[in-house]
Design a protein around this ligand. Structure first.
Ligand SMILES: [Fe+2]
Ligand SMILES: [Fe+2]
Length: 158
């Protein structure tokens, strides 16, 4: 007979699956945004970042595949719906949308690492840490293109 502890664990796994599906929707959003933005950024000033965005798109697809696998492994159903992608005529706006999304993504994945570890899913936590490292590189590329400092994810520290 499953006891109260088992049920609490079940609830925690369910909320981890739900949160990972939000992450997956965010990864789909990133794939779409980077694919579109890399093609609409015109002009010599944006050539380098446009090329970098194509690289980001490929990495976001790898992240999506990893997260979908992990959702399946935990007994969930991977979502098929991306978060909405915002469009703008202005290159600075598009890069800013990406930067804000990356900052939020890093914040979310840091929470996910803690959730995974509290449930004893150390392999998942390790995968998430590797993804965070790449998201930080994306964040850095975007901030550099805008000529600004990398936004802080938490108020004190990085
Ligand atoms: Fe990603
Ligand atoms: Fe990213």
């Amino acid at each position: 007979m499953p006891g109260p502890k088992f049920e609490r664990n079940e609830e925690a796994v369910k909320s981890l699956i739900n949160a990972l599906n939000d992450d997956l929707a965010r990864e789909y959003q990133a794939i779409i945004a980077y694919t579109v933005y890399s093609n609409v950024l015109k002009g010599a000033q944006w050539m380098q970042i446009a090329a970098e965005l194509k690289g980001h798109a490929a990495q976001e697809l790898q992240h999506a595949l990893i997260i979908a696998d992990q959702i399946d492994y935990l007994g969930g159903m991977p979502t098929a719906t991306p978060r909405e992608v915002r469009l703008s005529e202005k290159p600075e706006d598009m890069i800013r949308f990406d930067l804000d999304n990356e900052t939020e993504t890093i914040r979310q994945y840091r929470e996910r690492v803690q959730q995974a570890e509290s449930l004893g899913h150390y392999a998942l936590a390790e995968q998430l840490r590797r993804i965070i490292t790449q998201e930080q590189e994306h964040q850095h590329d975007l901030a550099t293109a805008l000529g600004i400092d990398v936004p802080k994810v938490i108020s004190m520290g990085a």
